[in-house]
Design a protein around this ligand. Structure first.
Ligand SMILES: Nc1nc2c(c(=O)[nH]1)N[C@H]1C(S)=C(S)[C@@H](COP(=O)(O)OP(=O)(O)OC[C@H]3O[C@@H](n4cnc5c(=O)[nH]c(N)nc54)[C@H](O)[C@@H]3O)O[C@H]1N2
Ligand SMILES: Nc1nc2c(c(=O)[nH]1)N[C@H]1C(S)=C(S)[C@@H](COP(=O)(O)OP(=O)(O)OC[C@H]3O[C@@H](n4cnc5c(=O)[nH]c(N)nc54)[C@H](O)[C@@H]3O)O[C@H]1N2
Ligand SMILES: [Mo]
Length: 768
């Protein structure tokens, strides 16, 4: 009797990664990126996870015209010539991780309760391998159990009948999802009556999209890969390509041999930017490698807006702006000029943490360069003033006429391999009216017109009890989102959570009252939906849409493709809540039909089915890049003026950034090592300057607690280990996802609502 009662109360699972037992160690950091250690690491991951033949056949197909798109990152592949091995160490890890021989089958889930699993570290969870069956965690049960696809779809569909309004469902998307699956996913959400389509972009490049949309009329970058070889100056700011976009180092190396200078702007000196050895060039692998950056500017965290203001001051003082371009194509110049010239040097130096002479030196380089590219990633997008900073950078490129010119342009470097494509085909909580109109025309159903919820607003609504069902197409929302405990509480208030996933993660453990996992095919696997070989398409960071075709045998016979899952779900939901007339089964029995729908509803996809089959795919139109047309309200590129917005910290406070180690893919942690930073056996570390450690009488390896402060709210987490690191005094760094627990939900970027994962105000206290 007693046992029976206990088994009907779910033991509460932990939301955060368990605290590590062993202390972290310091080891000599890699002196260069790639090279032999990278080859060894690639081989180790490949051989242990996929076996010898598996490794050779999988890796030989990455990023080939007739192979699959690397799920590692969104960096483009060369348009024409491709080498035998068009992948990098970390791409190989992402592939090995999906192609693993391990299986988290139904018996695994019946052996472990969700509470027990939640006490395991992230890398242990991921190591359990691919999910093989649809699974259900019933209300009050402690274990997932196998369920048939039909029962899973029907159970989810029934929950839709319990919603008081369609707005009580939230459809999250992570950026690995193909164009085809993403299009169907947004169509399903909208056909049920909601624009609640938060996505990983909300935590990632949303600030870039918002800033560029206002400034130049398109929320995307304006360069092609070939521009790198024609550039005079390339600035890489707030980005760690050696780890997160390793193939970009090849482009930077080639750009340098064509005469470009590369400037890196970062609080840290990241390994790849210092020295890089091309892994497919034997001479380089054995030798000393290429110096990638000619200059490294050690900016303070969130000092970039001030730094670029300083560059603008240098350009304007030297009269090196491109007046013809400014007059013909831009608005707002006079206002900006007055603001820049009125900003005092003292303020610029103080906020940026960079000497005036250094700012002038780079400012002069910018003024002289006839073709400048500026690349950035999360170091710029995850601050309160991210939109303002990105617009400051855009202003500088506009001052030099660097948009719509060869070898020049804005280059936000996207993260997930299809995050840009997902947005293009409609994953957007704030969709443009024209897109909704064209969907209405295409499918002959009314589309919801209210704005939907983004990631942060979804968590707020969950916590208010306004979300009944949370469905997620990939990703790991619990661990990726800020304020882990608030996100966990929100998720627990949902009646049902649904995860379309490949591997186990923490979002499967902290769930709604009931939870369902729908296991899907990965990018590397054969897709025989509808009885024929299907392929999918993706868009890379530079707007090239191309096909990707998996060749591996699926990890389990039970797996369905993401497209087939959406169709199955949609059909079941419609049986419960009303038929839309969308021919879901017909669409997924031949993905060409989905692409035809995309062609008719999204601009730039003309002859989609023909052009996506061409080697290398096709470029989507990009008016600023292609013809200096700016689709803003006034038809001009807007030079937008902002006041400098420093972060105010008290004497004892630090500004903390939360970053990736060399051995993780977002919330998927491969190991507890960070070879490039010389940290091993531990991730719960706080990187701190020697000056800060000494000033407070602390010591390296000391255990500390960290408390974040935002608007009167404080969150503490203990047992972090201090690691001495070359980082500006007053700044510290921790790894995400462990540190997400400290980032207050309310702390977001202006306009883009992105969690401020790179500027968290904290105090640090020795463990008592
Ligand atoms: N192997 C691997 N590849 C990946 C990923 C992964 O996790 N692993 N993730 C993918 C995804 S989704 C994304 S979005 C990208 C992320 O790629 P990145 O943006 O390179 O990733 P982060 O580790 O967040 O690194 C941010 C960089 O910005 C710097 N930085 C932090 N704050 C500031 C600041 O205020 N100013 C300046 N100038 N610099 C700052 C940090 O020191 C760090 O070098 O990578 C993608 N590729
Ligand atoms: N503090 C802090 N937080 C951050 C960031 C940060 O820099 N600091 N970065 C943010 C950024 S840039 C991003 S993009 C988000 C990432 O947020 P998400 O995209 O939500 O997280 P991922 O860790 O990439 O998701 C990993 C999971 O995706 C599933 N998966 C893998 N491949 C596939 C597939 O092919 N199909 C399907 N359906 N599922 C698959 C697996 O189950 C895996 O466990 O995190 C954000 N969170
Ligand atoms: Mo990202």
């Amino acid at each position: 009797m007693y046992d029976a009662i206990i088994s009907h109360v779910r033991v509460s699972p932990e939301a955060t990664t368990p605290i590590e037992v062993d202390p972290p160690r310091k080891v000599p950091p890699s002196k260069s990126a790639a090279g032999l250690p990278a080859i060894f690491s690639t081989a180790k991951h490949g051989l242990t996870k996929m076996g010898v033949l598996g490794s050779l056949s999988n890796l030989s197909r990455v990023n080939k015209f007739n192979g699959f798109d690397c799920p590692g990152c969104a960096w483009p592949d060369p348009d024409e010539s491709r080498t035998f091995a068009e992948f990098c160490e970390n791409g190989a890890k992402a592939i090995a991780d999906e192609a693993t021989k391990e299986r988290a089958g139904a018996e695994f889930w019946s052996k472990w309760s969700v509470a027990e699993l939640s006490k395991k570290p992230d890398h242990w969870l991921n190591r359990q391998g691919r999910i093989t069956h649809p699974l259900i965690l019933r209300e009050n049960s402690n274990h997932y159990e196998a369920i048939t696809w039909d029962d899973a779809f029907n159970r989810i569909a029934q929950e839709f009948t319990n919603l008081k309004s369609p707005e009580e469902a939230v459809f999250y998307t992570s950026g690995r999802t193909s164009n085809e699956a993403a299009f169907l996913w947004q169509l399903l959400a909208r056909s049920t009556g909601t624009n609640n389509l938060p996505d990983c972009s909300n935590m990632c490049h949303e600030s870039s999209g918002v800033a560029l949309g206002q400034s130049i009329g398109i929320g995307k970058g304006t360069v092609k890969l070939e521009d790198f070889n024609k550039a005079e100056l390339i600035i890489v700011v707030g980005q760690n390509p050696g780890t997160n976009h390793p193939r970009m180092l090849t482009a930077l190396r080639d750009a340098k041999s064509s005469g470009a200078s590369v400037v890196s702007i970062n609080p840290l000196i990241e390994t790849g930017m210092v020295r890089f050895k091309h892994p497919q060039n034997p001479l380089e692998v054995m030798g000393y490698g290429n110096e990638i950056s000619d200059d490294h500017i050690r900016v303070r965290i969130n000092g970039d807006q001030a730094l670029f203001r300083g560059f603008a001051k240098a350009i304007l003082s030297n009269h090196s702006e491109d007046t013809d371009f400014i007059n013909e194509y831009t608005a707002g110049y006079e206002n900006y000029r007055a603001e820049v010239l009125g900003t005092e040097w003292d303020e610029i130096v103080e906020i940026s943490g960079v000497e005036k002479s250094e700012i002038l030196r780079i400012g002069n380089l910018l003024g002289k360069s006839k073709s400048t590219i500026c690349c950035w990633a999360m170091g710029l997008t995850q601050h309160k003033n991210s939109v303002a900073t990105i617009q400051e950078i855009t202003n500088i490129l506009l001052l030099g006429g660097n948009i719509g010119r060869e070898g020049a342009g804005l280059c936000p470097v996207r993260g997930h391999s299809n995050v840009q494509g997902d947005r293009t085909v409609g994953i957007n909580h704030n969709p443009p009216t024209e897109f909704l109109d064209s969907l209405k025309n295409e499918f002959d159903i009314e589309m919801p017109r209210n704005g939907g919820l983004d990631a942060v607003e979804s968590v707020k609504q969950m916590n208010m009890g306004n979300v009944g069902i949370f469905l997620s197409m990939g990703g790991n929302f619990l661990s990726a989102m800020s304020d882990t405990n608030a996100t966990a509480e929100g998720l627990k208030k949902c009646r049902l959570s649904v995860h379309i996933s490949t591997k186990p993660n923490r979002s499967h453990l902290v769930t709604g009252r009931a939870s369902i996992i729908l296991p899907c095919l990965g990018r590397t696997e054969k897709d025989y939906t509808g009885g024929k070989e299907q392929f999918i398409t993706v868009e890379n960071s530079m707007g090239v849409v191309h096909k990707s075709i998996g060749k591996r045998k699926p990890a389990s016979l039970q797996l369905l493709s993401e497209c087939a899952i959406v169709a199955g779900l949609a059909t079941a939901i419609e049986e419960e809540v009303g038929i839309s007339g969308i021919q879901w089964d017909n669409l997924v029995s031949d993905y060409d039909r989905i692409r035809d729908c995309i062609e008719r509803t999204v601009r730039g996809f003309d002859s989609y089915n023909i052009r996506c089959r061409l080697d290398g795919g096709f470029y989507l139109p990009n008016d600023p890049r292609d013809s200096r047309i700016f689709n803003t309200e006034n038809g001009l590129a807007n030079i937008i003026t902002h006041k400098l917005q420093p972060i105010f910290v008290k004497e004892d406070q630090f500004v903390m950034m939360t970053i990736r180690s060399h051995d993780q893919y977002n919330t998927t942690v491969y190991s507890t090592n960070d070879r490039y930073r010389g940290i091993s056996n531990g991730r719960r570390v706080v990187m701190m300057s020697r000056e800060d450690i000494e000033k407070r009488g602390w010591s390296e390896f000391q255990s500390v607690s960290i408390t974040s402060h935002f608007d009167g709210k404080q969150i503490s987490a203990d047992k972090w280990t201090i690691i001495e690191y070359d980082i500006p005094p007053g700044n510290v760094a921790t790894y995400f996802p462990e540190s997400n627990v400290l980032i207050p939900l309310e702390s977001v970027a202006d306009s883009s609502n992105t969690p401020t994962s790179k500027s968290v105000v904290v105090t640090i206290d020795p463990a008592s």
